[in-house]
Structures are given as structure tokens and as C-alpha cells.
Design a protein around this ligand. Structure first.
Ligand code: ATP
Ligand code: MG
Length: 391
């Protein structure tokens, strides 16, 4: 009897001709997620298996696999020989063990059923007949009663074509989505807030490989604020795979805007610079889109008009996966992916420096362009790009 983890993939089946490509991405990501943990990875009959791992690593492996996009569900199973001619001795032994585990601490007789899937058609019994026969092993414990519709325990037996069967009770949900890497690359604008890490998670879930850019304004923003962003990147990476982070010094641009442009356009013009620089870095990394954590109406700078002014400077499509979400919905995802506690640490963001008293909420594009004409935009962008750091 061998313990294995069964990996089932979801939407991949829908992808017809691309399936091989999608699968190769998924396999690469699974291998990446499991690096450093001893195991063997197997592919057989449309499923993946993790085998030969130490029992004490099982929970860690499951935790890591549950974060890999493209995985639909997971089970920890016993892999045993079928041996139908001898009345399934190994399957029965595994069922007896699973039944004992399920009955531990439970009161009264537990309603159960056995579900058999039989890929190996050489066995002369039907799946229902095998299930009925195997049910006897569970009943023999004296702790269960059969109930095919309202059961608390479903003992599953998958009889495979290779003379092996998988015996398991639980099906754990996977992260769903598509394997990271199969939907191109995106440049995330990563602040230290709650929203942008969630935006990264959501685009990675649709298969996008994530790069990130953060704008920092030393000495107005501290080293701690930057460390917080690096930390957020690290937490999100557990879900998205490795994220290369660019940190752009933004102080000179802010000072120039502050000095030469009307104060109430500060935020809008700042965002236009951020977008220009994000697009340039996106080109460098062969990203096809820029991703932000904006949500319509959340703050003054997230109106349609503000986004129009920012979008005016973009040379790539802007993906805003949170655009229609409420803050509490975003917070729920942030908590689920583990970024929330870090995001709420109170460090200053470059956007909070030089904050005008009354920013324009519905800026007109013509007015913003005119206000910005006082600046040497290209030179400021080049200067910032020349000083980018990679973390
Ligand atoms: P977040 O919680 O992501 O910080 P927010 O609610 O604070 O968002 P804004 O400050 O208006 O909203 O920022 C909107 C978006 O602009 C962010 O989600 C992020 O994508 C981008 N952004 C803001 N500040 C920065 C920054 N310093 N560096 C990189 N991107 C930024
Ligand atoms: Mg912010």
C-alpha cells in the first residue's frame, strides 16, 4: 500500500488543441511549487500523481498544491493492487483503515456509501456490484450503516487500467483558474496597500505571469515601506510563482510636478507618470498589459475621468481586475491569500506624500495635458528608468 496525492485539473480540458501547452505550464508550476520537498511526480491516464514522499511532508505538499492555479481538486489516496480474482484484499485493507479513521470520535452509526469507478473493464463485475461487495468491509467495523443518498462518508475506489486502484475519502478543492504562464505576462503596479496584491492574484489565476513595479519616494517614504512591498511580493509569489519587482525612485518626478503644475492636478499627473514608466518596464519584460488594483469610485483618483487621464499615457491595455468589487470583497480575498495583515501595516506610500488639499475628482483630459506641458516629460521618465532597481 502506497500513499499518493492525486491531482485533477479543471479548465484545461476545455482548451482543445492548446492542451499540451497548458499542461506543460501546469507541470512546470507544480514542480516549482514542490521544489525542495522530496517526492516523485507521475503522469498517468489524464491525471497527475505525487508519490514517494515522506508522510510528515504530506500536509505541506497539499498546502503548496492548493495554491497552484489550474488544479481543480486533490485527494490523498492509498494506491493498492486490485486483485479482483482474490476478492480485492488490498482494497479491503485500505477501506478498513479509512473506515477506522472516519469512525474515530464519531457517535452512532455513520451513514456511508462506496463509490466505485472501473476503468479496467476486464473485471467481470459492474461498478455497482463491486461497491456492494466492498461495502461489507466497511459494515464489518460495526460503526457504519449504508445510505446511498444521505451519506456522511463516501469511500471512493477508482480502479485504474494498470492493475492499481486508488482508495480515498476526501476531495480537496484546488485553486482553480489556469496555469500561470499560459495567458501571457502582465506588469502589476504594486503599492503597499490592500488592493494591488489581490489584483496580482486575480490575474495570475487567469494564467498571467506577473511582474511588478513599485514607485518609492525616498526620503519621504522609508526603507520600511519598501520592505513591506517586498514582503507583499513574497507572499503573493506563493500563489503566482516568482515575481520580479522593479522599484522606481519617484521623488524627482513628484518634486517637479509639485513645483511646476497646479496642486489639484498632482495626483492625476503623478499617475500618468507611473503609467508611462510601468508601460516602459512592461515592454522590457515582454508584458502585454499593465495591471492595477483600482476599483471604481473607491477613492477620488478612481473615477472614470481619472482613469481616462491615466489611460491616456498607456501604450498597453490596462487590466483592472478589481474594478467592480467592493472593498469588503477585496479584503476577503486579501485575507484568504495572506496579504491583508502586511498590507494594513501603516507605512507611508508615495501617493500620500505631496497630497493636495483638494485633488480634482473629475479631471478633464485637456486640462491635465495642458498642466503637464510645463514639464519635460520624456527626460523625467528616462531619468527615473535609469535609476530603477530590481529586487
Ligand atoms: P492599493 O490598496 O493597491 O494601494 P489604493 O486603494 O490605495 O490601492 P490608490 O492609492 O488610488 O488605491 O492606488 C490605485 C492603484 O495604483 C493601486 O492599486 C496600484 O495598482 C497603483 N499604485 C498606487 N500607488 C502605487 C505605488 N506607490 N507604486 C506602484 N503602484 C501604485
Ligand atoms: Mg495605495
Amino acid at each position: 500500500m502506497q500513499r499518493v496525492i492525486v491531482i485533477r485539473f479543471g479548465e484545461l480540458f476545455l482548451k482543445g488543441k492548446n492542451r499540451d501547452y497548458f499542461e506543460s505550464m501546469l507541470v512546470r508550476n507544480i514542480k516549482g511549487a514542490l521544489s525542495g520537498v522530496e517526492h516523485r511526480f507521475e503522469r498517468s491516464q489524464g491525471r497527475y500523481f505525487v508519490e514517494d514522499f515522506a508522510e510528515e511532508d504530506c500536509t505541506e505538499i497539499l498546502t503548496r498544491l492548493q495554491r497552484v492555479f489550474g488544479i481543480h481538486s486533490l485527494s490523498v489516496a492509498d494506491k493498492v493492487a486490485v486483485r479482483a480474482e482474490e476478492d480485492f484484499p488490498e482494497i479491503r485493507a485500505s477501506l478498513a483503515k479509512a473506515a477506522a479513521a472516519a469512525a474515530e470520535g464519531a457517535e452512532g452509526k455513520i451513514p456511508f456509501r462506496v463509490t466505485v469507478k472501473r476503468a479496467d473493464k476486464r473485471i467481470p463485475m459492474t461498478s455497482a456490484e463491486i461497491a456492494a461487495a466492498l461495502g461489507g468491509t466497511v459494515l464489518a467495523t460495526g460503526r457504519f450503516r449504508v445510505d446511498l443518498t444521505e451519506y456522511d462518508c463516501d469511500f471512493k475506489v477508482d480502479i485504474r487500467e494498470n492493475g492499481c486502484a486508488l482508495v480515498y475519502t476526501d476531495v480537496l478543492p484546488g485553486a482553480g483558474g489556469l496555469p500561470v504562464g499560459c495567458s501571457g505576462r502582465g506588469m502589476l503596479m504594486l503599492s503597499g496597500g490592500i488592493d494591488s496584491p489581490v489584483a496580482a492574484y486575480m490575474m495570475a489565476k487567469r494564467g498571467m505571469k506577473i511582474f511588478a513595479v513599485h514607485f518609492a519616494s525616498p526620503p519621504y517614504t522609508s526603507e520600511k515601506a519598501r520592505e513591506k512591498v517586498v514582503e507583499l511580493r513574497n507572499i503573493v509569489s506563493a500563489h503566482t510563482g516568482r515575481i520580479k519587482l522593479f522599484v522606481v525612485p519617484f521623488t524627482d518626478i513628484q518634486l517637479a510636478i509639485h513645483k511646476h503644475c497646479p496642486a489639484n492636478f498632482m495626483i492625476t499627473i503623478m499617475r500618468r507618470f507611473m503609467m508611462r514608466i510601468a508601460c516602459r518596464l512592461a515592454d522590457r519584460c515582454e508584458c502585454g498589459a499593465v495591471i492595477t488594483g483600482e476599483s471604481l469610485g473607491q477613492v477620488a483618483s478612481q473615477t472614470v475621468e481619472s482613469m481616462t487621464c491615466t489611460g491616456d499615457t498607456a501604450t498597453l491595455p490596462i487590466f483592472r481586475p478589481l474594478i467592480g468589487m467592493d472593498k469588503d470583497e477585496i479584503v476577503a480575498v486579501a485575507k484568504k491569500i495572506g496579504t491583508f495583515e502586511t498590507s494594513i501595516q501603516p507605512y507611508e506610500d508615495c501617493c500620500t506624500v505631496f497630497l493636495p488639499k483638494s485633488p480634482v475628482i473629475h479631471p478633464s483630459l485637456a486640462a491635465v495635458r495642458k498642466a503637464e506641458a510645463a514639464l519635460d516629460v520624456d527626460a523625467l521618465v528616462e531619468q527615473a528608468l535609469a535609476a530603477v532597481e530590481e529586487c
